[in-house]
Write a protein that binds this ligand. Structure first.
Ligand code: ADP
Ligand code: ZN
Length: 520
């Protein structure tokens, strides 16, 4: 058989005119026997990076994938294109499994998809030793990382591939890789020698917008008004909120359906099918929804609550606009969300190291939410990309927010937290600052604090914004006990000592001060 060129296969088997981005370089590198680490955003075309080399090289390409549904879709598509592909996972009956194994041993398969726990069995590894392996592809390679959210312990054992089959080229692929995850993949999978193929994670057709939460339903409705008839996803943190929001939207005449892990499997499947098949369905969902969903014309993704991390945000918003047409990522958040997230981390069962990681991730996300810079700069920066805005397609670029020197109000806020013993939540501390004379205030003796009433020049909303931004900036932290108690941090002491100035977004500016500025 004459050696075929990558481009031939791209044309004749897959029916595509040309390679995208780094695909050709990856294919050639692998076809020649090199190892590769491929970072490409979702929809970037990772599959061809190992499918074509598997066809070019003698033997069977073994693809490790953690997602059963995705495996089946891929195998169906490959068979349609005339490729001899199969999968092995727990969804397969005993007879079918035997048949797949027979074909594997007979050398009839070009590609075999296999779940990691299956691959790692002694029996399967032995099977592999008796056949010719074209390459190993490790899909969703970030599952190896504890830093990520999809950690799969079995992924850590995949080094066995390198140990037992040192001559077989390996390719690890992922769409979630901040620099830290990337290094963990390299280390855990022994890919130090692998060539790295990094693609830009920018999704130029997505517009990013983050707003302060004041009246979530009205705000959501206004946002949806700009998306009548569009398919979209609305993410919320809790199942209860998903149900309530979906019901409320449906009542308002919007084709909204709920999706979360608390619904029975049949309802979930039915709602998902409607979202995929019908036009203009709005899925209201927890993060349980979206993995492996391939709907190109999702026109918006809305977040009613903060996601857990920048990777989460990127993944979730990345479900919009896969077709390349304009799409929108919209999020609202407020002080209570920051406190809730902070508490969820503190209360979790995780080890301290894990909590520290979670906290850092939350801080990165809050920095994104609070930034006055181009959002794309921060978003891509989280993936180690040095993007330079303005992008012209995020709220901050379209309408640059003002900032103000809030050092003095920040000092007032921090000293009120300190003087009241770091035992109260934002609500009470704001009352102290504003000098609200209540019975409780008297009982606690807080009306006698030196900070009582020193913030009467700013309204409650202004103070809430200051507290939110202080939390976001790591100048305050919420307690672990779950009462929303605020505490100082090492950084807050710098502010109190006057060694550090604080600049906040305009939305916190005291009403009076703002007016003064305009008059002058
Ligand atoms: P990823 O795994 O990176 O999310 P896929 O491999 O599933 O992406 O590819 C995303 C979509 O792009 C698929 O529909 C695929 O067929 C298509 N695609 C990939 N490469 C090309 C190409 N070179 N030309 C045209 N379409 C492509
Ligand atoms: Zn921008």
């Amino acid at each position: 058989m004459p050696a075929r060129a990558p481009l031939d296969i791209l044309h004749s088997v897959f029916g595509y005119a040309s390679f995208r981005g780094q695909q050709q370089a990856v294919v050639e590198h692998l076809a020649q026997g090199g190892d590769a680490l491929v970072l490409m955003p979702t929809g970037g075309g990772k599959s061809l990076c190992y499918q074509i080399p598997a066809l070019l090289r003698p033997g069977t390409g073994i693809v490790v994938s953690p997602l059963i549904a995705l495996m089946q879709d891929q195998v169906d598509a490959l068979r349609e294109a005339g490729v001899a592909a199969a999968y092995l996972n727990s969804a397969l009956g005993a007879d079918d499994q035997r048949e797949v194994e027979r074909r594997l041993l007979a050398g009839e398969l070009d590609l075999l998809y296999v779940a990691p726990e299956r691959l790692l069995t002694a029996r399967f590894l032995q099977l592999l030793e008796s056949i010719e392996v074209a390459l190993f592809a490790i899909d969703e390679a970030h599952c190896v990382s504890q830093w990520g959210h999809d950690f799969r312990p079995e992924y850590r054992e995949l080094t066995v591939l390198h140990e037992r089959f040192p001559q077989v080229p390996r390719i690890a692929l992922t769409a979630t890789a901040d620099p830290r995850t990337r290094e963990e993949i390299v280390e855990r999978l022994a890919l130090q020698q692998a060539r790295r193929f990094l693609s830009s994670f920018d999704r130029p057709n997505i517009r990013y917008r983050v707003a302060l939460k004041h009246n979530p339903r009205t705000q959501l409705m206004q946002f949806l008004d700009g998306h009548r008839g569009d398919a979209g996803i609305v993410y919320a943190l809790s199942r209860k909120k998903v149900d309530e929001t979906a019901a409320w939207l449906a009542e308002a005449g919007i084709e909204a359906l709920p999706y979360h892990a608390g619904l029975d499997a049949a309802t979930r499947a039915a709602n998902q099918q409607r979202f995929l098949r019908e036009d203009g369905v709005v899925m209201v969902a927890t993060v349980a929804f979206g993995m492996g969903i391939d709907k190109p014309d999702v026109r918006f993704v809305a977040h009613l609550d903060l996601p857990r991390s920048m990777e989460g945000y990127y993944q979730e918003t990345g479900r919009a606009g896969r077709d390349g047409l304009p799409a929108e990522a919209w999020m609202i958040y407020g002080l209570a969300d920051v406190v809730t997230m902070s508490q969820m981390i503190a209360q979790s069962e995780s080890a301290d190291e894990r909590k520290r990681i979670e906290r850092q991730k939350l801080e990165a996300l809050l920095a994104y939410a609070e930034t006055t810079r181009c959002r794309r700069e921060l978003l891509l920066g989280a993936f180690g990309e040095d993007y330079r805005g303005p992008c012209g397609r995020c709220d901050n670029c379209v309408e640059p927010p003002g900032t103000w020197d809030a050092t003095v109000p920040a000092q007032k806020a921090l000293s009120a937290v300190y003087r009241s013993g770091q035992r109260f939540g934002a609500g009470h501390v704001i009352d102290i600052l504003r000098g609200v004379d209540s019975e409780r205030m008297g009982q606690l003796g807080h009306d006698r604090l030196s900070t009582f009433g020193i913030g009467a020049d700013m309204d409650e909303r202004g103070w809430r914004s200051v507290f939110r931004q202080l939390l976001a900036a790591g100048l305050l932290e919420a307690d672990a006990e779950g009462y929303g108690t605020l505490r100082l941090t090492a950084a807050s002491r710098e502010v109190l000592r006057g060694e550090r100035r604080v600049h906040l977004r305009e939305d916190a500016r005291p009403v009076r001060a703002a007016r003064r500025r305009r008059d002058s």
